[in-house]
Design a binder for this molecule. Structure first.
Ligand code: NI
Length: 263
């Protein structure tokens, strides 16, 4: 009953037991998973995972920290893959800005963020946005590039409720993951209380950011139960309602037709 909107099962952290783990997802209530591309090698692995598992969909894009060696040819390759091969690629991402790290320089990150937003417009796909310590520039670029026309999700939301409000005004969903269970997560809990439940997506960002009580360990989609329970407590609603509503949100944003899942 859970839609996992942001996972990296291509990551080498899953090399020892990837297929064993993925084969337990359905029995653990994980109905859908979106595997998110981050660098060039991960894109082909995302395509492969989406082909192999009926419940895995993919997003193709280059993470801001991996844009230094990106070329126009790489984006042409992405476009061709999506147009010619694979209807299970349902978003462009993750793309955005990461100013926590000094490299690549901001100018390069912004250039490729805009280029990938253009690609999303061209393909009429929503975007999965990574934004860390870069709220103002991210919002400016999203606004200038009319993100409200294609839609998207602010993944691993780490900003204030005021920033959440600006995102909602631009037709964006907000991705919430394991961080909300951490003791020091007051800001994100406040934002979650403010964001309407019909605009929230559940996400792990696995193998990173495992929720309590697994903080620091390898994360996986089955731990989303802890995130959903935390959101239910904050919103004074049931766990089932959080799972059901966030799943509907993801199906709506990524335009996934439920009847196609097991065909
Ligand atoms: Ni990610």
């Amino acid at each position: 009953m859970i839609f996992e909107s942001h996972a990296h099962y291509d990551d080498k952290a899953f090399d020892p037991d990837r297929s064993e783990l993925l084969n337990t997802m359905t029995e653990n209530g994980i109905d859908y998973i979106i595997n998110i591309g981050s660098d060039i090698p991960s894109l082909q692995k995302t395509l492969d995972l989406a082909k192999q598992y009926p419940f895995i969909y993919g997003a193709l894009g280059i993470h801001p920290s991996d844009t230094a060696s990106l070329s126009e040819d790489n984006l042409i390759w992405v476009k061709e893959k999506i147009q010619k091969e694979d209807s299970k690629i349902i978003a462009i991402g993750e793309i955005g800005l990461d100013y926590y790290w000094n490299e690549p320089e901001h100018k390069i990150q912004k250039f490729w963020f805009k280029k990938q937003l253009e690609l999303a417009h061209e393909l009429n796909l929503p975007v999965v946005i990574h934004s860390r310590e870069a709220a103002k520039d991210t919002l400016d670029i999203l606004r200038e590039n009319n993100v409200s026309e294609i839609g998207g999700v602010m993944h691993c939301f780490s900003y204030t409720k005021e920033t959440a409000c600006e995102c909602l005004n631009m037709n964006l969903y907000i991705g919430i993951g394991g961080v909300i269970t951490f003791k020091n997560a007051r800001k994100i809990r406040e934002a979650a209380a403010f964001i309407p439940l019909d605009k929230i997506l559940l996400e792990t960002d696995c193998p990173y950011l495992a929720p309590m009580p697994y903080r620091g360990k390898r994360n996986n989609s089955t731990y989303l139960t802890y995130v959903a329970k935390e959101i239910a407590a904050i919103k004074n609603t049931t766990y089932e309602n959080v799972c059901e509503q966030t799943k509907e949100n993801a199906l709506r944003l990524f335009k996934i037709n439920k009847s196609t899942l097991f065909t």
